[in-house]
Ligand binder design. Structure first.
Ligand code: DGL
Length: 265
C-alpha cells in the first residue's frame, strides 16, 4: 500500500460530498478522488436494472484508473441496489451508504420515523430489511423526492432552495397517517444532508434529521487504521462522467470541499 493511494468516493452527483466532509475531518491527509456519474444523473428515477448495470462497471473503470485503497459508494440509491455486485466485482474494501434507520430508531421517542430518499431507494427491499432489523417497533413512513435531489445540486451551484419547496417535500412525510407523531427523519439520500439546515428551518416543527455520514467516516478510519498517509493534505480530484456548464458551475463548491475543478473521466 502506497501512502498516496487515494480513497475513492462515488455518487451520481454532488451528494457524496456530505460523506466526504466528515471523512476529511477524521482523515485530513487522505488523498481523495471524488467521482460523480453526471452522465447518469439522477439515479433516483432510474430502474434497478439500469443502476445494477451502470454502477459496478463504472466503479471498475475508476478502480483501474486511480488504484484506490478503498472505495466509498456515497449514494444510498447505488448502495441499496448494487453494493453486493460491486463488492463481488472489486478486489478492495467497499463501504456503502445505506439509510440510517438504525441510528434514527435509537433517537426516536415517538417511534414514528420518516425515510426521505430517492424514489428508487425508498422502494428497495434493503430498506424493509433495515426497518425489520433495527426499527421493528417503529412506524416507518417513506417518501421519495427527485425534486430535493435537483434542489441540492442547484444549491451547490449557488441557488438557495425556496423554503416553500422544502416544506412541500417534508409534507410528503408529515401528511401521511402517523406523520403528526414523526420525530425523526432519515436523510436517505446523500444529497439531502447538503440541505439539512434549510430543511430544519423550513420544517413546521422540530424534527431530528439523521444521516450516516459520521458513521461512514468512522468506518473508513477503522478500515484504514495503521495505513500510511502523505505528510501534507493535498487538493483532491473531482472526476465527472460528463462535464458541461452545469458541472463547471460546481467548481467553487467543489473547492470548498477541498477538490479541484471537474475533470472528465
Ligand atoms: N445521492 C444519491 C443517493 O444518496 C442519489 C441522487 C440521485 O441521483 O437521484 O441516493
Amino acid at each position: 500500500m502506497r501512502d498516496d493511494q487515494p480513497v475513492l468516493f462515488f455518487d451520481s452527483g454532488v451528494g457524496g460530498l456530505s460523506v466526504l466532509a466528515p471523512t476529511r475531518r477524521l482523515l485530513p491527509h487522505a488523498p481523495i478522488v471524488y467521482a460523480a456519474d453526471s452522465a447518469g444523473f439522477p439515479y433516483g428515477t432510474r430502474t434497478e436494472a439500469e443502476i445494477a448495470a451502470r454502477v459496478p462497471a463504472l466503479l471498475g473503470r475508476l478502480v483501474e484508473r486511480y488504484r484506490p485503497r478503498l472505495a466509498v459508494i456515497a449514494c444510498n440509491t447505488a448502495s441499496t441496489i448494487a453494493l453486493d455486485a460491486v463488492r463481488a466485482a472489486l478486489d478492495l474494501p467497499v463501504v456503502g451508504t445505506v439509510p440510517a434507520i438504525k441510528p434514527a430508531a435509537a433517537l426516536s421517542r415517538t417511534r414514528v420515523i420518516g425515510v426521505l430518499g430517492t424514489d428508487a431507494t425508498v422502494r428497495q427491499p434493503y430498506v424493509d430489511r433495515l426497518a425489520t432489523e433495527f426499527a421493528a417497533d417503529c412506524t416507518i413512513l417513506r417518501h421519495g423526492s427527485a425534486r430535493l435531489v435537483a434542489l441540492a445540486e442547484a444549491a451547490l451551484r449557488g441557488d438557495a432552495p425556496p423554503a416553500h419547496a422544502l416544506r412541500e417535500i417534508l409534507a410528503g412525510l408529515l401528511d401521511q397517517p402517523g406523520g403528526d407523531r414523526m420525530d425523526a427523519v432519515v436523510l436517505a439520500c446523500t444529497h439531502f444532508r447538503l440541505l439539512d439546515a434549510a430543511l430544519a428551518a423550513a420544517a413546521p416543527r422540530p424534527l431530528m434529521l439523521v444521516d450516516g455520514g459520521d458513521g461512514i467516516a468512522r468506518r473508513i478510519a477503522h478500515l484504514t487504521q495503521g495505513q500510511g498517509w502523505p505528510v501534507a493534505s493535498a487538493q483532491g480530484a473531482a472526476v465527472f462522467t460528463r462535464v458541461g456548464d452545469e458541472e463547471r458551475a460546481l467548481a467553487p463548491a467543489l473547492a470548498r470541499f477541498g477538490l479541484g475543478a471537474p475533470e472528465l473521466l
